[in-house]
Design a protein around this ligand. Sequence first.
Ligand code: SAM
Length: 246
Amino acid sequence: THFGFRDVPLGEKQTLVNDVFHSVASRYDLMNDLMSGGLHRVWKDIMINTLNPPKSDAPFALLDVAGGTGDISFRAAKRAGSGFHATVCDINGDMLEVGRQRALKQYLDDKVSFVEGNAEKLAFPDRSFDAYTIAFGIRNVPQIELALAEAHRVLKHGGRFLCLEFSTVEMPGLDKLYDLFSFNVIPQLGRAVTGDAESYRYLVESIRQFPRPSAYAEMISAAGFSRVSWQTLSGGIVALHSGWRL
Ligand code: SAM
């Protein structure tokens, strides 16, 4: 069956996305490892190295949007100093609940808090965070421009925006392999582990729809960010974008 994601009206896209993550929340962390062969850990570590949160007691507030089960925030909290605090913001209460349980288990519940919210309309004051991260989240947001404007609004001057997202594989050879993997292996794996192939078909489709790194960089600049740059990882499977509120 073809997943007609392209034809979904903007207003219904979020409902679709919410269903996807509702259906996979309890198996989400396991699926990440299976689908990426553990590579998502490497990509997330690169994001945290780039973020480089201070190891001192200097206050540092991170907002981790579409933070889901908390991976990015936990990784940052573990290498940061005592002044660090992360707020995981996600539209899906089920994903956040898994995150809260993980925080308790890792004794990180004082360093990482969980808040339900929409990336397109954040309930935080202007200029309240030192950094904003969004990992594998922006492509799920129906109106990317709104999310970028909100990211800019809530960052302090000198604050940093970092976005990790699936990108476009253009390496000859790898692209064919990647297509095979995306359209066959991923939905099958999704069916086997979560009983839900359709959700994973949506995920693959949403990756295909996402703008190229250069076009996305232009959107970040248009939202007001300075010194916008990006790097591609693993042959373009993933891109890491960076920008500053100056
Ligand atoms: N950042 C986590 C990670 O890297 O493991 C989770 C990424 S998960 C692929 C995408 C997340 O985006 C889901 O938890 C979903 O609920 C969230 N999401 C989708 N639309 C959103 C929105 N409009 N605002 C905030 N979060 C959203």
